[in-house]
Design a protein around this ligand. Sequence first.
Ligand code: NAP
Length: 474
Amino acid sequence: MNPNLAAFLYLVSGVLFILALRGLSSPATSRAGNRYGMIGMTIAVVTTLVSSQVWPGLDIITVFLIVLALGIGGGIGGVVAKRVPMTSMPQLVAAFHSLVGMAAVLVAFAALYSPDNYGIGTPGHLHAQSLIEMGLGVIIGAITFSGSIIAFAKLNGNMSGSPILLPARHLINIAIASVIVLLLVIFIASGGDALWAFWLATLLSFGIGITLIIPIGGADMPVVVSMLNSYSGWAAAGIGFTLQNTALIITGSLVGSSGAILSYIMCKGMNRSFISVILGGFGADAGDAAAAGGAREARPVKQGSADDAAFIMKNAGSVIIVPGYGMAVSQAQHALREMADFLKEEGVKVSYAIHPVAGRMPGHMNVLLAEASVPYDEVFELEDINSAFSQTDVVFVIGANDVTNPAAKTDKASPIYGMPILEVDKAKTVLFVKRGMSSGYAGVDNELFFRDNTMMLFGDAKKVTEEIVKAFGH
Ligand code: NAP
């Protein structure tokens, strides 16, 4: 293929990737965004294959192997993506990132051992720039791979979500990182001859990926997954320079920067500094708090039935619905929309309040509400709706906990202190739908359950909501 045409097609795919990100920023345009991304990726893959310098000489077996690899990878990806429940999305993303990291490592090794195929010199005589790109690509790729595997295991319950705090872990990490940098310098100074340094740097990078992620608690894992997503993007961009592939440089940079922005948004939503997340240990407090929760005194709470909830909401002027992780677990969004439809028919003003870190990943609640065809103009972000709670009759909190916990504002010792919350307690009545008195993800008690204007509706979120709909006489 003419190199100018290839460059043009890479540019087209880059523009499509940017449109994809733009589309994914709102539920209304997310499907179109996904389609742009798929078309862009198809153009990029086909262009790479057709413009490959070795393409004209490819034998039928190699073509067959490429098509087979695409079929197996695409097939597994399609099936897994279709089957995975929304609540397991963070671990799926972690698993996919590990593959991106490993791909970066393998490409770097392939380029090192057969540089002539990549146009970056001959064995032992590689361009210095390529050596730097390869070195950075392999280090970031290896950290991404092993770090993502640990993140997957923690999120998937294969290993404890509590932080595993090695003694002197910061010193160990600094020591390993220094040795990796030293090995990289030796490798580059040798003109690519010191293969042992490259191998050793790779192995140590796999190791530091583990020691960096193991001390981080489950509560911070989604931030870590997003950070690893960012790393995998930078690794891909680094390899893109080695391969002189514009599409890979553009895609890698987009993934790298969007992952970094997402990590920042999550940290801001939880009022945690990025550095404190990376240094780990947050889940330790959560674990302690959860353990303390087991010994908590039995305080009386006001408990209501679905009939009580139906009566209160039917007679309200306004209801704000606050969904959280429990709604996602029980898949209550469709029943919830039915309930809201009925209330609207009765003349009740219904809105939805979304906290930026409700659920287990950014946008988790928006996706579920969109799936149930909740109108977008009824859904509000925290800063747009917080002032409305004080003029609201009823707040229906369904499977949310931490995002409403006033301890975030009042208790300096609480691990969630400083996190912005939805100020549901300012409403006249607060209905809490949850199965029992358990704490949320951060493992801290919620004082709101014991307030006079709170009524607990114990049960599975979907079941309770369906009972309320039934109680409406539907
Ligand atoms: P949450 O604080 O984890 O609370 C969820 C509540 O849902 C639990 O207290 C649980 O109580 C209840 N529940 C679970 N299954 C249920 C079911 N089937 N039916 C009814 N209730 C059920 O959730 P959240 O308020 O959405 O807060 C999210 C938490 O995740 C925050 O701590 C946030 O910092 C953290 N986080 C989120 C993100 C993100 O990007 N979204 C990222 C990192 C961390 P019972 O067991 O008593 O039912």
